[in-house]
Write a protein that binds this ligand. Structure first.
Ligand SMILES: NC(=O)c1ccc[n+]([C@@H]2O[C@H](COP(=O)([O-])OP(=O)(O)OC[C@H]3O[C@@H](n4cnc5c(N)ncnc54)[C@H](OP(=O)(O)O)[C@@H]3O)[C@@H](O)[C@H]2O)c1
Length: 263
């Protein structure tokens, strides 16, 4: 095929492919990395999208309802319509993506979208798709308490923390470079007011603004010292000035597929 014709054909193919998987182009800074955000329409996901854009990343929001998402983000992001329970929709959404962040979580009321199928099955689907697509990093928002079988939230919500731990394990063993962030209780306070306290070992309790979880997730994206680590985050008492890269560097890497920091 003649080069110009081939280029035209490729461009048309890319446009058609984008249309076919429900990806709408957006006006984004050229040359920046493209990050897929799963759970973009959720509380933490919304903060993650805002932080990514502020830091100059291009964002593709992986959403179930494009109209609902468009009300939140307008033309500032790309959209990929899908569901984490449907692996094919994740594969399609990852076309051209460099890295991804997930802040999905199962809701209440629909057993078919419960913890087993979203917090475990959905995360497993995303991890395997990310590994298959050769992403450079997958940042997962999980939860404090996932290693505590007798946690009250397991009794209240269909073993949600146990399923989240199994989702974490699927990511740790998937082969894609990852960072797993386990927040304490999420609140909607303004971010950046308090320093983030990092911990490992899944002990204790705490709370943290969703905006600060987003700050940690996006900082982890560009930081080799955050790779292959699982850690808890909560708000401390001190004011916010903090070197997050140094904080990541002080954390231990996971032992293979256990989530337990190496000695
Ligand atoms: N609440 C807490 O105190 C707390 C504490 C620690 C950790 N966490 C965890 O932190 C994460 C973020 O929490 P949040 O409260 O900010 O989240 P959230 O507001 O509940 O948002 C959840 C997101 O997941 C999406 N989602 C649900 N099922 C899906 C599916 N099958 N396919 C694709 N997307 C799906 C929702 O999409 P729709 O908009 O379409 O519904 C929504 O965007 C969750 O994993 C949560 O469990 C929460």
């Amino acid at each position: 095929m003649h080069t110009t014709t081939r280029a035209r054909f490729s461009r048309r193919f890319i446009l058609l492919a984008a249309f076919a998987v429900g990806i709408a182009a957006a006006d984004s800074p050229a040359g920046s990395e493209l990050v897929l955000v799963a759970g973009a329409t959720g509380g933490t996901g919304h903060e993650i999208v805002g932080r990514l854009r502020a830091d100059g990343y291009r964002v593709r929001a992986f959403v179930r309802d494009a109209d609902k998402a468009r009300e939140e983000f307008g033309d500032n992001v790309e959209y990929a319509v899908g569901d984490v329970r449907d692996r094919a929709t994740i594969d399609a959404a990852l076309d051209g993506v460099d890295a991804m962040i997930s802040a999905i979580g199962s809701g209440r009321g629909d057993p078919a979208n419960g913890p087993e199928f979203v917090d475990y099955g959905g995360v497993k689907n995303m991890a395997e798709a990310a590994a298959n697509a050769g992403l450079r990093q997958f940042v997962l928002v999980s939860s404090m308490g996932v290693t505590h079988e007798d946690h009250i939230l397991n009794k209240m919500f269909d073993n949600v923390l146990q399923w989240k731990f199994r989702g974490e394990e699927a990511l740790r063993s998937s082969g894609v470079p990852y960072t797993i962030v386990r927040p304490g209780g999420l609140i909607n306070d303004e971010g950046g007011k308090k320093a983030v306290v990092f911990a490992q070992g899944d002990e204790g309790t705490g709370a943290i603004p969703r905006a600060d979880v987003a700050r940690v997730c996006v900082a982890a994206l560009g930081t080799p010292a955050a790779l292959n680590k699982t850690f808890e985050v909560n708000s401390g008492k001190s004011a916010a000035a903090q070197d997050l890269t140094a904080a990541f560097g002080a954390l231990a890497e996971d032992q293979a597929s256990s989530g337990v920091p190496a000695e």
